[in-house]
Design a protein around this ligand. Structure first.
Ligand code: ADP
Ligand code: MG
Length: 593
């Protein structure tokens, strides 16, 4: 007799649960997605003990009749696809038909549901996937699912759950993330019987953000709106001042499904290159609307990752557009309003572990001048369903660096200057680096770099890898003004350097340059390679340092040159070149208004 046996359904479901249901927040994600697929105008979520003892999701969507209610807990039971072709044209969030069966396999479920064709609703109780009772019960149209004792029959999984706080935080994050893509649905979250989130329906993402912990972002956001070649990209990306030290403030949605995408994230990183400090990550919320046939959502059991056709084209479009807009913006941080995220706990951890009064936040943001009238009303979800075309926020993208009078140097390192708005403090080294960086880039683009010959050629012996990188960048280095000859055997001789760079130690410079590139990512596009060259060279150039006295003429020259740069706000490494203080800031702080 053979050894192979086909596993019974309850074991199959338990195994599937291992993939789909990792922790309480995965249950919340699946249940909320099911609710959203049923077209509700509100979803209410209640959790107890980090979702470990109870998760209840109630919606006013279409609901189910008794026949469907009995089927929905079975594995591979779905109303969302009927045949294999449907897998390639998915419009719903679910389609695998395994979430409810997986959840039911590892918990106790009470499902109460009714659709509009039925007089009475159906209540089903199940334990470990086995139906224990089916009753008729009065209930409004919609669905309520209660999951208690999660993982009661899989003790190993239960043991590995994190503490209540972490689970609460993860659930809160799942809900807020999903809510960003569904502003026409109201969301409520009750934690241990206390209402902690209350997001009313609203016409725009910005109003939704104002109601969440992300409300402070709103004043930093710039709109993204690209429609071309069947691609529809919209959302917001933040000014460079609002960067974080991890990727947790990057949200990507493909056809309203939240996804993790490293390629999209790298694209953003490239767009912000030189505008935010190293190891900082941009803040962005980006929605991609794509023909479902070009997205494969079936590569990951929780559908958190998807595969995209034309990914490269999409990434290039994001980089180009975001960069273009960022280059037009005023990024100079204000001395008083410097906004720093990314340190300490996440918002969610703070909000769910410390007392958090959402009403207080909402009242506060409603009082703000930039809070739109439409968000204050109580429009119905029906009215809200359509996104108004117009952008209601005014985005100030005018570049502002107009110095009226240079006032002098502070500690021989910073320059004080009066501007139309107030005054600015310039970091002389950072500013000079920005100027040289752009000069190098321009000379690369125009091909008009000049060289100065060295008295003695520098002979440089490299490793095989270093030599390879140097070969790859030789054209660019020559274009910028180097004269380099390959002597064979990984040895090179340099007999001229760019005039722009002044007198530099050639060997150190080239080695630093090569190592910088070796540490970075391989295969960067030409534009980025140009920037890499310009960045490294600017950094090693004759840029004025801190603690160097400058004459009034030098100060004036520096300011004039900075004003002329395309993007005067940061040095090539993303640090600010100047910070500002406006007259209105001053008046506020001297209590004049
Ligand atoms: P999937 O969402 O992949 O279809 P699920 O196991 O999550 O699979 O759900 C199974 C089916 O149960 C769904 O296809 C849907 O028809 C029904 N269902 C689940 N939750 C709801 C809900 N909140 N409202 C209406 N129908 C629901
Ligand atoms: Mg589902």
């Amino acid at each position: 007799m053979g050894n192979i046996g086909v596993l019974p359904e309850h074991i199959v479901n338990k195994i599937a649960a291992g993939e789909v249901i990792e922790r309480p927040s995965s249950v919340v994600k699946e249940l909320v997605e099911n609710s959203l697929d049923a077209n509700p105008s509100m979803i209410s979520i209640s959790i107890k003990h980090g979702g470990k003892s109870l998760i209840k999701v109630v919606d006013n969507g279409t609901g189910m009749d008794q026949e469907d209610a009995l089927l929905c807990l079975k594995s591979h039971a779905t109303s969302k696809i009927k045949n294999s072709d449907d897998i390639f044209t998915i419009h719903s969030l679910g389609f695998r038909g395994e979430a409810l069966s997986s959840i039911a396999a590892v918990s106790r479920v009470t499902l109460l549901t009714r659709n509009s064709s039925q007089q009475a609703g159906t209540e089903i109780e199940a334990t470990g996937g086995k139906i224990k009772s089916v009753k008729e019960k009065g209930t409004p149209v919609g669905t309520s699912i209660e999951i208690s004792d999660l993982f009661f029959n899989t003790p190993a999984r239960k043991k590995f759950l994190k503490g209540e706080r972490a689970e609460n935080a993860s659930i809160a994050e799942v809900i807020t993330t999903i809510s960003l893509a569904h502003t026409h649905v109201a969301f409520k979250l009750y934690k241990d019987d206390r209402l902690i989130f209350d997001y009313p329906t609203c016409p725009h993402l910005k109003e939704r953000l104002l109601g969440t912990h992300y409300h402070e972002w709103v004043k930093y956001l710039l709109p993204l709106d690209i429609k071309s070649d069947g691609l529809n990209l919209r959302g917001y990306f933040a000014k460079a001042e609002l960067s974080r030290t991890n990727r947790s403030a990057q949200f990507f949605f493909i056809n309203k499904r939240p996804v993790k995408s490293l390629p999209l994230s790298y694209a953003l990183q490239r767009a912000y290159q030189g505008l935010i400090p190293q190891r900082h990550f941009p803040v962005a919320i980006i929605f991609l609307e794509l023909d479902p046939t070009v997205v494969d959502v079936n590569i990951h059991p929780t559908k958190r990752e998807v595969r995209l056709q034309n990914e490269k084209i999409i990434c290039e479009k994001i980089v180009r557009h975001v960069r273009e807009v960022l280059y037009k913006c005023d990024h100079s941080p204000s001395i008083f309003h410097t906004y720093s995220l990314g340190k300490g706990k996440s918002y969610y951890q703070k909000s769910v572990s410390e007392p958090f009064d959402f009403k207080e936040i909402q009242e506060k943001v409603k009082g703000r001048d930039d809070y739109p009238e439409t968000a204050k009303g109580t429009a119905t979800s029906h009215q809200m369903a359509k996104e108004p075309e117009e952008e209601m926020w005014f985005v100030d993208t005018e570049k502002k660096l107009k110095v009226i009078t240079p006032l002098g140097q502070i500690r021989e390192s910073y320059i004080l200057a009066e501007t139309e708005e107030g005054f600015i403090i310039i970091d002389q080294h950072a500013a000079h680096e920005r100027i040289i960086f752009e000069e190098i880039l321009t000379s690369l683009e125009r091909g008009n770099a000049t060289s100065q010959a060295l008295l003695l050629p520098a002979i440089i012996q490299l490793s095989f890898k270093e030599a390879q990188i140097l070969e790859e960048h030789l054209d660019l280095l020559v274009a910028v003004g180097f004269s380099i000859a390959n002597l064979g055997n990984n040895t090179f001789s340099v007999d001229a350097t760019p005039t722009l760079m002044g007198n530099v130690e050639v060997k150190d410079l080239l080695l630093d340059f090569l190592h910088g590139i070796l540490e970075g990512k391989g295969n960067v596009p030409l534009n980025d390679r140009k920037e890499n060259v310009a960045k490294t060279l600017a950094c090693k150039s004759r840029a004025i340092k801190a603690n160097e006295k400058m004459s009034p003429e030098e100060i004036e020259y520096l300011i004039n040159s900075l004003e002329k740069t395309k993007q005067p706000f940061t040095c090539p490494h993303g640090r600010p070149t100047f910070i500002k203080l406006t007259i209105s800031d001053l008046e506020k702080h001297f209590k004049r208004k």
